[in-house]
Design a protein around this ligand. Structure first.
Ligand SMILES: *Cc1c(COP(=O)(O)O)cnc(C)c1O
Length: 373
């Protein structure tokens, strides 16, 4: 039973979408998509309208991330989950190390552990809500972690670890961190993400910003006798991306919405401006959670609290499912915790598209609801 609590309209956020993925898509961009009419949707991805969109996306990402010389934008179908399989097949040479501090970092580790052509990976584990650091291990040729662990709201620095083998690659899962967390992409060899989180688009694609060393590794493994399914073949994806294409059919609306969001973010002032926005949103959330008597930030170390996905534990007397149901009845949706974490928690996405004023409004709604439970 949803308690009969009516939140006054003037307390509500202007846009009530706080989901961590798919996340808020700006309505202006949906209107722009509809306005393309007959010129884009339903046309061939091998022809100019779609290829110029892919070319534009590559240019926008190059500018937005100030890509170092020689880095390439590569994309393919299947989202970040597919990219883990792409990486176990086509980037890890013999042995990887995974920092495991939540569900998503754990999934890549599981994929690498299950790959019979790789050695048992090195795993560095941390409790949910904490962060761990890479440990240099001889023979490890790829170090993997997530810029933002979406299941716990922990953010990690992107820094090339010291003391590792010369040819070791750094693979950073930035699915939810990209566009909202500061980064120097030169510190990673592969910085990969999907469009449905920080890029306010829809799911189904992976995008990887690859260093020359990573590209070279991909071609070297591609030329070896390791069997790689065509769908996961990284050299094929690189070859296609160079021609502004993908191996198989991409979702055109996803490409369009991602490009529209990038244009909006570049107009705002680029990555510095989007990080300023996520900083404003997350400061509002954590400041509120520290002051509220019935809520506490889940991540104890303030330096690890994510700017883009905030997790807040609730007092056992305030049931998160009840709070979420009241919010949902008012069009404020998806601030649900990651279910497998099993906590009485709220998880609030604060990607660049989310207005910091709306995060502040959400905290006022939460106070209003809690006082009446
Ligand atoms: C959402 C998410 C994924 C999975 O992305 P898909 O595109 O759904 O496969 C992977 N890693 C992180 C950190 C995520 O937040």
């Amino acid at each position: 039973m949803v308690p009969d609590i009516r939140i006054p309209a003037d307390l509500l956020p202007a846009d009530g979408r706080f989901g961590s993925g798919p996340s808020k898509v700006r309505p202006q961009h949906l209107d722009a998509l509809a306005a393309t009419g007959t010129s884009l949707m339903g046309t061939s991805h091998r022809q100019a309208p779609v290829r110029s969109l892919v070319a534009r996306l590559k240019e926008q990402l190059t500018t937005f991330f100030s890509l170092p010389d020689g880095y390439e934008v590569v994309l393919g179908v299947g989202g970040s989950t597919a990219f883990w399989d792409v990486a176990t097949h086509g980037l890890v040479e013999r042995r990887s190390q995974h920092l495991v501090y939540g569900e998503f970092t754990g999934k890549f580790a599981t994929a690498a552990t299950a790959a019979p052509w790789l050695e048992e990976p090195s795993l560095v584990r941390g409790e949910p809500g904490t962060l761990v650091a890479p440990e240099a291990v001889a023979g490890v040729d790829a170090y993997a972690w997530a810029h933002n662990e979406t299941s716990t709201g922990v953010m990690a620095p992107v820094l090339r670890p010291a003391g590792v083998d010369d040819d070791a690659l750094v693979l950073v899962d930035a699915t939810s961190g990209a566009a909202g967390l500061p980064v120097d992409v030169a510190e990673a060899d592969v910085y990969y993400f999907a469009p449905q989180k920080g890029f306010a688009s829809d799911g189904g694609l992976w995008v990887a910003l690859m260093s020359p060393r990573a590209v070279e590794r991909a071609y070297r493994i591609g030329a070896s006798d390791r069997h790689v399914p065509a769908f996961l073949d990284l050299p094929t994806a690189i070859d296609n991306a160079r021609k502004d294409q993908t191996y198989n059919t991409p979702a055109l609306a996803t490409l369009f919405l991602m490009s529209a969001q990038l244009e909006w973010m570049l107009d705002l002032g680029g990555l510095d401006a989007t990080v300023a926005r996520t900083t404003a949103s997350s400061t509002a959330l954590y400041t509120w959670a520290e002051q509220a008597t019935w809520a506490t930030p889940f991540v104890t170390d303030p330096a690890h609290r994510s700017l883009v996905v905030g997790t807040v534990d609730l007092d056992p007397a305030v049931d998160c499912d009840t709070v979420l149901a009241v919010l949902r009845a008012h069009g404020v949706v998806d601030a649900d915790p990651y279910r497998k974490l099993g906590r009485n928690q709220l998880r609030v996405a604060m990607f660049p598209a989310v207005d910091p004023d709306d995060v502040a409004a959400l905290t006022r709604c939460l106070d209003f609801v809690a006082e009446r439970l």
